[in-house]
Design a protein around this ligand. Structure first.
Ligand SMILES: [Zn+2]
Length: 440
């Protein structure tokens, strides 16, 4: 009997070791690694340095400098040769939904909420998290579970414990909207349908619900500021979901609990109301105009433009009877350059999950450049700027001593052709190599 128990324990130990090895975590505390970077993108200074060494101890970067200098100080350590590659900090996607698998039309959305259990959706979310990491995204701000309750907290925990591979997760759990302002909508009143968000009405209820989400693990609070978009006198207008008092309650209560607030805001009215309430980031913002842009600059509000998803869903939603999506797509293309020139803090965010996870979210870079950023600005939006938005400027966003060793590499020159970032060949997260088609 005792021998059987011992044998079982041994098997368990072997299994868990195999898991750790497979995920590539947990075995490098204190170990030294030296990466030789042929070209290193210094995102803070906005320049590229040649033949650099990155010395890594455990999960963090210990030193960065000319390879010859760094190499001389160490002997007998693991070396990774990326001398023929361009090396960058890992990217952060500041607007994703790992629990969603693309929803061009409302039928696609309803199908996922009605026919897929939360456990099934969570299994798919683990694949989405892995996909993001392998594409070079070492951090995600996941902006709500779309009816899957707190499953994002579980995905985050599984990644942190090394059970599955995935990016560093900053999660917002269920998100909020008001009665009648979020799917599932349009069903018989006799049916009790699942909600895509947590429905709240009134400042008291909002304060209680924010406390509840924080209690269950929300790093961020997200609410939907508007819905029902329409054109009037050339401007994108919208119905605002909450009163000023309610929006203010979201922001004050979240900030009191040390959480930042993201507001989905598409039309002028929604963005205007969210800015009056003092939110930290505007999501989508397709109806931004010069006046709103100036207020964002003054208030220090971040913008997550999510360009690619707008392009991905526009045609399908127009065919399904909502041509406004084509207009919104074109409006954003026009206003983006103005926001860049005026100095809005633009954080890279794609809404991945709003489009299928089989599409590489790095396509967003190409659109940012097409709409008015330099390739370096687009890279900065996904690195240094994103790290500030996520309140992790000392841990993430650049290849510098003290920060996590979250590092990616590509073979070409992304500063000449930014679509090169869609072809990431090397990914390291916290000192662990997660993907390597380049170095030895
Ligand atoms: Zn979204």
């Amino acid at each position: 009997m005792r021998r059987t128990v011992l044998a079982l324990l041994l098997i368990c130990a072997l299994c868990s070791q195999a898991l750790v090895a497979q995920v590539g975590l947990g075995d490098r505390a204190g170990a030294l690694t030296l990466i030789r970077a042929g070209r290193l993108v210094d995102v803070r200074a906005g320049r590229v340095l040649e033949d650099q060494g990155i010395l890594i101890e455990g999960e963090r970067i210990k030193a960065v400098g000319p390879y010859a200098d760094i190499s001389r100080t160490v002997t007998n350590i693991r070396r990774i040769d990326l001398s023929r590659a361009t090396v960058l900090p890992g990217f952060s996607d500041c607007h994703t939904h790992v629990l969603l698998q693309g929803d061009v039309t409302s039928a696609d959305y309803d199908e996922q909420l009605l026919k897929e259990s939360i456990p099934f959706r969570t299994i798919r979310a683990t694949v989405a998290a892995r996909t993001a990491l392998m594409n070079g995204f070492t951090a995600l701000r996941d902006l709500e579970t779309e009816g899957a309750m707190y499953a994002d907290v579980d995905v985050k925990r599984a990644i942190e414990r090394g059970i599955i591979p995935g990016p560093r997760m900053f999660v917002s759990t269920r998100a909020f909207s008001a009665t009648g302002m979020y799917p599932l909508l349009g069903y018989s009143w006799e049916l009790r349908m699942p909600e895509g968000v947590q429905i709240v009405d009134g400042a008291d209820e909002i304060r209680r619900a924010v406390r509840e989400q924080v209690k269950y693990g929300a790093d961020w609070i997200k609410f939907y500021a508007d819905r029902r978009y329409f054109l009037k006198d050339g401007a994108l207008r919208s119905w605002v979901n909450f009163t000023d008092e309610e929006m203010r309650a979201f922001v004050l209560e979240s900030h009191r609990l040390g959480r930042r607030v993201a507001a989905h805001a598409m039309g002028h009215d929604g963005i205007d109301a969210a800015l009056r309430a003092g939110v930290d980031s505007i999501e989508h913002g397709y109806g931004l105009d010069e006046e709103l842009i100036d207020r964002m600059v003054k208030q220090g509000t971040y913008w997550c433009p999510t360009i690619y998803v707008g392009i991905y869903v526009a045609e399908g939603r127009a065919r399904a009877g909502a041509p406004i999506w084509l207009t919104m797509r074109d409006m954003e293309a026009k206003i983006f350059g103005t926001a860049v020139r005026r100095g809005v803090k633009i954080a890279f965010g794609t809404d991945a999950g709003g489009f299928a996870w089989t599409e590489n979210a790095a396509k967003e870079f190409g659109y940012m450049v097409r709409y008015g950023m330099t390739p370096m600005q687009a890279i900065q939006s996904a690195t240094v700027v994103a790290a500030e938005l996520l309140e992790k400027p000392d841990d993430m966003g650049a290849i510098e001593a003290g920060k996590f060793a979250d590092i990616v590499a590509v073979t070409g020159d992304p500063l000449r052709d930014v679509t090169e970032l869609e072809r990431v060949r090397f990914v390291m997260k916290g000192g662990e190599v997660m993907r390597n088609e380049l170095g030895r």
